[in-house]
Design a protein around this ligand. Structure first.
Ligand SMILES: [Ca+2]
Ligand SMILES: [Ca+2]
Length: 132
C-alpha cells in the first residue's frame, strides 16, 4: 500500500499542475524544442530587415542596440556556421537547436524552469570567470 502513495501524490501534482499549464507569461513554464525553434524563426524574420532570407552583420547590429551591439560580431560569427558572411534561417535554427540541447540537460526535449535557471547560473559563472 505504501508504494501506491507516492504514485498518487505524483498523479495529483500532474493534475493540479495542469491547471497552471497556461500561465500567460511568455517566459514562464516549460519550453519544447519546437517552441524554441519557432521563436528562433520569428527572431530571424525580425532581423532579416530586407527579407532576402539572410541576416548580415549590419542587420544584426541594427537589432542590437547600446552595449549589446559590441557583441554583434561575436554573436554573428557563432551563428554563421559555414562562415560565408550571411546567417541563413537554417544556420539560425541549427544554432538554436544546439543551444536548446545544451540547456536541456536531461534530454527530454523540454526545458523546464529548473533547467532554464541552471543555464542562467552557468552563464553568470562563465562571465565571472572571463572577468577573472
Ligand atoms: Ca552562413
Ligand atoms: Ca529537459
Amino acid at each position: 500500500m505504501t508504494k501506491t502513495l507516492p504514485l498518487l501524490a505524483a498523479a495529483l501534482i500532474a493534475v493540479t499542475g495542469a491547471a497552471h499549464a497556461h500561465p500567460g507569461g511568455r517566459d514562464s513554464g516549460p519550453v519544447t524544442r519546437d517552441e524554441a525553434l519557432q521563436k528562433a524563426e520569428d527572431r530571424f524574420a525580425e532581423m532579416d530587415e530586407n527579407a532576402d532570407g539572410f541576416v548580415t552583420l549590419e542587420e544584426l547590429e541594427g537589432q542590437l542596440r547600446g552595449r549589446r551591439a559590441r557583441h554583434a560580431e561575436k554573436m554573428f560569427d557563432k551563428h554563421d556556421i559555414n562562415d560565408d558572411g550571411y546567417v541563413s534561417l537554417d544556420e539560425m535554427l541549427e544554432h538554436a537547436g544546439e543551444r536548446f540541447d545544451e540547456v536541456d540537460t536531461d534530454g527530454d526535449g523540454v526545458i523546464s524552469d529548473e533547467e532554464r535557471e541552471a543555464a542562467r547560473e552557468g552563464m553568470r559563472d562563465r562571465m565571472k570567470k572571463k572577468r577573472g
